[in-house]
Design a protein around this ligand. Structure first.
Ligand SMILES: Cc1cc2nc3c(=O)[nH]c(=O)nc-3n(C[C@H](O)[C@H](O)[C@H](O)COP(=O)(O)OP(=O)(O)OC[C@H]3O[C@@H](n4cnc5c(N)ncnc54)[C@H](O)[C@@H]3O)c2cc1C
Length: 488
């Protein structure tokens, strides 16, 4: 899994503005399982039982605390968000019975293994492998699932409110609601750009690719904004999918792609982009997006170091290489006709409203102690991208599945310790290396002195992710499917 923060490059002006809502996120209020819940203790779609109020009874009276919810030791550990941080923490807690009731609140129907989204787009992997359903993942594990969205948390009352009208008390709370994309307020971006974070995004992009292949007009173009890992990996996959039907433009406002990647992976990525004729434009900012065109601003290289860095790369001299715009282009605007734009730059955080207001870092993430406990709160913990935690050397941890995956068992242990009143343990991140998907059947990886690229790296990457799949039954199902595919 990547070490670097994911959408870590930006192609828009500095500053922030509300980006598109979490794409693909459900509307919440979908209820808890097939039948309407009764007030008090109720079952969810996964068969586990937790105390939940009846949404039909309306939201609880915040002033009197009249919630009709069980209180005390039977209140559940509630986990908000079923991504890498939340789901894997719930699974780690469930591994060691007896445990207090566990409730996962997540609006989507399916967990999404985001690092494999490119392979879902290309059809190299199937939806059930990359996006298993929560009811199947959690069945028989003693974890209840409420398909809803948490909107508000009252820390002093240990109580939360959902969009669907549920009010719940918790004994311990884990907030793992992750981040969402932001287009930095670039005019037209929210309206016209596709994202790449959800199943809906994948479906839209597949439809666009199929449309371009059908029309086969000359000079069809797709633009990918941001040459961080997501932008680079997506550009490679799209170039393979659109070969012969569209040109892929990769737009980056910085001097080079993958600024935080390891040297080997960056070199492999630059070569992969060149082989696919992806047009990499660095020092280029998207200033406006319209339905069928982009306004780009080419900027001169900010300093000689930037130029040196770009020209030292293996792509120097290649027409598709990322180099500062030459001569008359520098400092000018260009209109680029496009059939579609996919925005991958920028990550912002909009967790549920928390009272009292927590301390946040400049990205809006919640500041935590090394134990992952929210600063100033006894009963609230934070996991995954949303947790602002200083690494030992003072460098913030990357926003990555690798970090969230490592946090989960430690957080589960700290939740148990916190319930027993024991001292908590500190989280120490171990950088296990970095892997990139670089087109169909191609990848690059760099880990503890080992570097590998090409088809072997693609397989090794798949195997590494197999060991990270949520839960043994799903892992076995996926492994069986892959073995059958590879045997053909
Ligand atoms: C395309 C792509 C590829 C990636 N590839 C890699 C990779 O190769 N390696 C790597 O290490 N990292 C990768 N990442 C980053 C990685 O996926 C994230 O760092 C990781 O998912 C963070 O986990 P999380 O649990 O914090 O958030 P998420 O996985 O985003 O999960 C958050 C969950 O919370 C839910 N939620 C949000 N708000 C609420 C609410 N109010 N109430 C209830 N639920 C809510 C959401 O529906 C979501 O399911 C990639 C990211 C993307 C987008």
């Amino acid at each position: 899994m990547q070490a670097g923060s994911r959408p870590n490059s930006t192609a828009g002006p500095a500053g922030s503005a509300p980006g598109p809502g979490g794409p693909g996120a459900g509307s919440g209020g979908a209820g808890i399982g097939p039948s309407s819940p009764a007030a008090g203790a109720t079952s969810t779609a996964t068969g586990a039982t937790v105390p939940v109020t009846d949404p039909a009874a309306g939201p609880a009276d915040a002033a009197t605390g009249a919630t009709g919810i069980a209180t005390g030791p039977e209140d559940p550990i509630v986990i908000v968000g079923g991504g890498f941080g939340g789901l894997y923490t719930a699974l780690a807690l469930a591994e060691r019975p007896p445990h207090p009731p566990l409730l996962l609140i997540e609006p989507r129907e399916r967990f999404l293994f985001l690092p494999l989204l490119y392979e879902l787009l290309s059809g190299e992997l199937r939806q059930w492998e990359v996006a298993p359903r929560y009811d199947q993942l959690l069945a028989g594990r003693g974890i209840a699932w409420l398909q809803d969205r948490v909107e508000r948390i009252e820390a002093p009352a240990r109580r939360l409110h959902t969009r669907g009208g549920h009010t719940l008390r918790y004994r311990r709370l884990v907030i793992a609601s992750g981040g969402s994309s932001t287009s930095f307020g670039v005019p037209g971006a929210d309206r016209h750009c596709l994202g790449f974070r959800s199943l809906t995004d994948v479906g839209r992009l597949q439809a666009l690719v199929a449309d371009l292949a059908r029309r086969r007009r000359p000079l069809q173009r797709l633009a990918v904004v941001g040459a961080g890992p997501t932008g680079v990996e997506l550009a490679c996959k799209l170039a393979d999918l659109c070969a012969g039907s569209a040109i892929i433009e990769l737009i980056e406002q910085g001097p080079r792609p993958l600024p935080q990647a390891r040297a080997f992976n960056r070199e492999q990525a630059e070569l992969a982009l060149q082989r696919r004729d992806v047009r990499l434009r660095c020092h280029t900012t998207v200033v406006e997006v319209e339905a069928d065109r982009l306004r780009l601003r080419h900027r001169p290289a900010p300093d000689p170091a930037g130029r040196a860095a770009a020209s030292a790369s293996p792509s120097a001299g290649n027409p598709s290489a990322c180099s500062p715009p030459a001569g008359d282009l520098a400092g000018s605007d260009e209109l680029l006709t496009v059939q579609g734009v996919i925005w991958t730059a920028g990550l912002c955080f909009r967790p549920p409203a928390l009272q009292p207001e927590p301390s946040r870092d400049r990205l809006g993430r919640l500041r935590c102690e090394a134990s992952l406990r929210l600063q100033g709160e006894d009963a609230i913990f934070v996991a995954g991208d949303l947790a602002a935690l200083e690494a030992e050397e003072g460098v913030p941890l990357p926003s990555s599945a690798q970090v969230a995956f490592q946090q989960a068992p430690l957080l589960a242990e700290n939740l148990r310790r916190s319930l027993r009143g024991e001292p908590l343990q500190d989280f120490h991140w171990q950088d296990l290396g970095e892997m990139l998907s670089l087109g169909r059947q191609e990848a690059s990886l760099s880990s503890s002195g080992l570097t590998l690229a090409g088809r072997a790296a693609f397989r090794l990457r798949q195997l590494a992710y197999l060991t990270r799949m949520p839960g043994l039954p799903h892992t076995v199902r996926v492994a069986t499917g892959w073995l059958a595919d590879w045997g053909r």
